[in-house]
Design a protein around this ligand. Structure first.
Ligand code: PMP
Length: 466
């Protein structure tokens, strides 16, 4: 075990004593300590003990181009030597920021107006919330401020973004959500549709629920609706057929803005560059992060349509400066990394590759798991998928949450050299590998997941659970 030069302690021990870990059971971590990763190449990671893993989650759904691409390191190195930092307040700017903003506008569907840079999906969604409020204040509609998200949505953890998120663990004990943020139904056909309801009928049902919520609240008080094209961290939920068409009819009727959170879906994961293209979403605002740099360095963006931009620009004349921005907004090093990353994504046609390998992965997952004991649903599109475990597939009875079935499968998978993730609510395991994954590695992931599920089932049977 390597010792830290100044302490007589291992890195694991230093971590255990000093790092406050996000989304971690704090007391448990204090006892068991961390797993420290040291290197990565393609879809593979190595930890300090020299164990190798296939990273079927691409870090946190973000390492789209895979690990170890030296083009990004070189672009970052060049920018650090040329100009490591300058800001974009008060009309200042840098070359990489101008290039990325222009490129994003050209890549995104619809007519986008301006790109506001941040550093995380969370801060970008907080910016969207503030922009929605600012916009309606400028338009003289001070009451039109409420934003509707969906239960089980994931939009981040900062105060407004965590409020948009529809997961209790982000609200409980944090005094969230804040007011003016509401949640409507999760478009999950498997769990939420009435028996026998078609996908199309369920989509209409979800839209009717949204319509009813807006009517109850008063359309003059509802400003925006935010949605991930495919809900990611809340369960990998692919919307039912026709969902966004039905939802957008309701939004148009009540003059409510559509915010597309493309933080996971953007940059190729669904087999097109953006999720909006897959589902025919016509957003007024788009949030991107993760895949814009493949996670190599932090960068996010809140993009507004040309139509919204015209209002923001013209109507704000009387207000003076736009009072929002971060020290690191449009950071030149992040933007240089983004340009190199987008060169790889576009040059190697990784969205097309995700469509092809994704189709293979979806088929293989369904062939392997559907109809097997304890498998409820296999779902996904492109290179994002989830396998949901249930106690009784015929009756659709979930496992007792106290059994932590998915968590146990994920832990076993780790021992089997596979990084997957147990998602909150229910017992789903997620796949969202780098877009460069090969068919052989998809097969290895599926085999390792199958072995891990079989291992946990054996344990449950042994314990008399089923
Ligand atoms: N939106 C979505 C759809 C996400 O998946 C995430 C992160 N998983 C976020 C926002 C928040 O991004 P970050 O963790 O970079 O703040």
């Amino acid at each position: 075990m390597t010792l830290h030069p100044t302490h007589n302690l291992s890195v694991e021990e230093l971590d255990r004593q000093s790092v406050f870990h996000p989304f971690t059971a704090l007391a448990q971590h204090n006892e068991s300590g961390p797993r420290i990763m040291v290197s990565g190449s393609g879809v593979r990671l190595k930890d300090r003990a020299g164990r190798e893993y296939i990273d079927a989650l691409a870090g946190l759904w973000c390492v789209n181009i895979g690990y170890g691409r030296t083009e990004i390191a070189e672009a970052v190195d060049r920018q650090l030597r040329e100009l490591p930092y300058y800001h974009s307040f008060a009309s200042m700017g840098t070359e990489p920021a101008a290039h990325v903003a222009d490129r994003l506008k050209r890549m995104l569907p619809g007519e986008m107006g301006r790109v506001f840079f941040g550093l995380s999906g969370s801060d970008a969604n907080d910016t969207q919330v503030k922009l929605v409020w600012y916009y309606n204040n400028l338009l003289g509609r001070p009451r039109k401020k409420k934003i509707i998200a969906r239960k089980r949505a994931y939009h981040g953890v900062t105060v407004a973004a965590a409020s948009l998120t529809g997961l209790p663990v982000l609200h409980n004990a944090f005094d969230l959500p804040i007011d003016r943020i509401l949640h409507t139904v999760t478009p999950h056909h498997y769990w939420n549709a009435e028996p026998g309801m078609s996908e199309e009928d369920f989509a209409r049902h979800c839209a009717a629920e949204l319509d009813a919520l807006i009517e109850r609240e008063g359309p003059d008080t509802v400003a925006a609706f935010i949605a991930e094209p495919v809900m990611g961290a809340g369960g990998v939920i692919v919307p039912p057929k026709g969902y966004f068409q039905e939802i957008q009819k309701v939004l148009k009727k009540h003059d409510v803005l559509m915010i597309a959170d493309e933080v996971i879906c953007g940059f190729g994961r669904l087999g097109r560059m953006f999720g909006c293209e897959v589902f025919g979403i016509e957003p007024d605002m788009v949030t991107v992060a993760k895949g814009i740099t493949s996670g190599y360095v932090p960068l996010s963006a809140s993009v507004v349509s040309e139509k919204m931009w015209q209002v923001l620009m013209e109507e704000s004349r009387t207000l003076g400066v736009f009072g929002h921005g971060y020290t690191y907004t449009a950071h030149p090093v992040s933007c240089a990394a983004a340009m190199a990353n987008l060169d790889i994504l576009e040059g190697e046609k990784l969205a097309d590759r995700a469509a092809e390998t994704g189709a293979y992965m979806q088929t293989l997952l369904r062939e392997t798991f559907e109809g097997q004991p304890a498998i409820g649903e296999v779902r996904g599109i492109g290179l994002i998928a989830a396998v949901e475990l249930v106690a009784d597939p015929a009756a659709r009875t979930p496992f007792d949450p106290a059994l932590k079935v998915a968590g146990r499968v994920a832990a076993r998978a780790l021992d089997n050299g596979l990084i997957t993730r147990a998602l909150p609510n229910g017992d789903s395991l997620a796949f969202s590998p780098p877009l460069v994954i090969s068919r052989a590695d998809v097969e290895a992931c599926v085999e390792r997941l199958a072995a891990s599920i079989a291992g946990v089932r054996d344990e449950l049977i042994r314990d008399g659970v089923r």
